[in-house]
Design a binder for this molecule. Structure first.
Ligand SMILES: Nc1nc2c(ncn2[C@@H]2O[C@H](COP(=O)(O)OP(=O)(O)OP(=O)(O)O)[C@@H](O)[C@H]2O)c(=O)[nH]1
Ligand SMILES: [Zn+2]
Length: 331
């Protein structure tokens, strides 16, 4: 669009409008932000922090803007690509959420799904020799990743706690995962060089880290983000939230052109209640056999002509995976 040359009077008018906006923002920042009809050009951006109604949006040029969103557009979350308009030097209003490729959600207290993060591409499932990995938790996360439509990898951390045969035995317990296409990494934060392969694999991805308490999530996040404090400082300044941003969902920039979306809420994400069909979809190696059992509603327990039991007997499905499937099915 060709730029119009503005008359002195028009420039004065715009300045006056901007001044009134600034005053309104100063007096009632939240409501003013949402009400204002921004007259600036819409811009593309990405939500990098969400804390309640407050957002930090990264504009195309990498600058950060404190934004609220229009009432009627839904709730932007971390990772959302949005359209926004500037209403002051460092403030804006989000006017549209671009369609989400993927979304991580959890049920709220009413049981409705509430989005936590958007456009993620990878789930990192962290385990460790200590605490002892829960038998079915990995599978629960893998099912969740499949339902979200993202890739998942397994990271065995704290491997310095095991040596020799004990270490080999631990790795062997999880060897059926790479066999069905889930990459596995063995790391120790005491030996930083063990992180190289994992960090390289995170380039170009938007990852989320999950795992039971004590496996080393906080420690790993610190190791993956050497400049985390600097990023937090920059983001809390932009949102005006101060240190509250530590509980906000945040999209950190990894050193090698990837992102990590993290918050206490995201870390404690778990698979919600799902039915048998959805659960089956989450077990990728079951796929070739589904629909091939004699009974359409086969539960793959003791039924005759069960294609899944047959695949287990032939060594094509690991018995532990079927046991975990049964456990998650809940009877
Ligand atoms: N030996 C060893 N200890 C580790 C390693 N990584 C983390 N730890 C220790 O394990 C303990 C738990 O680590 P955290 O990073 O707090 O684990 P977390 O998963 O964030 O735990 P929650 O906050 O409870 O969810 C701490 O004492 C860490 O120092 C590791 O690679 N090797
Ligand atoms: Zn069956």
């Amino acid at each position: 669009m060709p730029k119009r040359r503005l008359s002195e009077r028009q420039i004065e008018r715009i300045k006056a409008i901007q001044e009134r906006r600034r005053e309104r923002l100063a007096s009632r920042p939240e409501s003013a932000l949402a009400e204002i009809d921004a007259e600036t050009e819409p811009e593309a951006g990405r939500v990098v922090v969400r804390h309640g109604a407050n957002l930090a949006v990264e504009g195309a040029n990498g600058h950060l803007f404190h934004c609220l969103s229009r009432q009627n557009i839904g709730h932007p979350v971390c990772g959302d690509r949005v359209v926004w308009q500037r209403i002051a030097d460092d403030q804006g209003v989000v006017t549209a959420i671009q369609p989400r490729a993927t979304v991580l959600s959890r049920p709220d207290f009413n049981g409705h799904d509430k989005a936590l993060a958007a456009n993620l591409t990878r789930l990192l499932v962290l385990i460790a020799p200590e605490p002892e990995p829960s038998g079915y938790l990995i599978d629960q996360y893998l099912v969740a990743a499949a339902l979200i439509g993202i890739d998942a990898v397994i990271v065995g951390n704290k491997m310095d706690l095991l040596q020799g045969e004990a270490r080999r035995a631990f790795e062997q317990r999880f060897a059926h995962y790479p066999a069905i296409g889930y990459r596995t990494f063995w790391t120790s934060l005491r030996e930083p060089e063990t992180l190289a392969e994992l960090t390289a694999s995170m380039a170009g991805e938007t990852s989320v880290l999950v795992g039971q308490s004590g496996v080393g999530k906080s420690s790993l996040v610190k190791a993956l983000l050497p400049d985390r404090e600097i990023q937090i400082g920059r983001l809390s300044k932009a949102t005006g939230l101060g240190r509250h941003t530590t509980s906000a969902t945040t999209c950190y920039r990894l050193p090698n052109d990837g992102f990590l979306i993290d918050s206490p809420g995201v870390r404690s994400f778990r698979l919600g209640a799902i039915d048998r069909d959805a659960l089956q979809q989450g077990f990728r190696e079951f796929q070739p056999y589904l629909g091939r059992c004699r009974f359409a509603d086969c539960r793959h327990r003791h039924e005759p002509d069960c294609a899944i039991l047959d695949a287990v007997a032939r060594g094509l499905i690991h018995p532990q995976r079927l046991a975990n499937f049964q456990h998650l099915l809940g009877n």
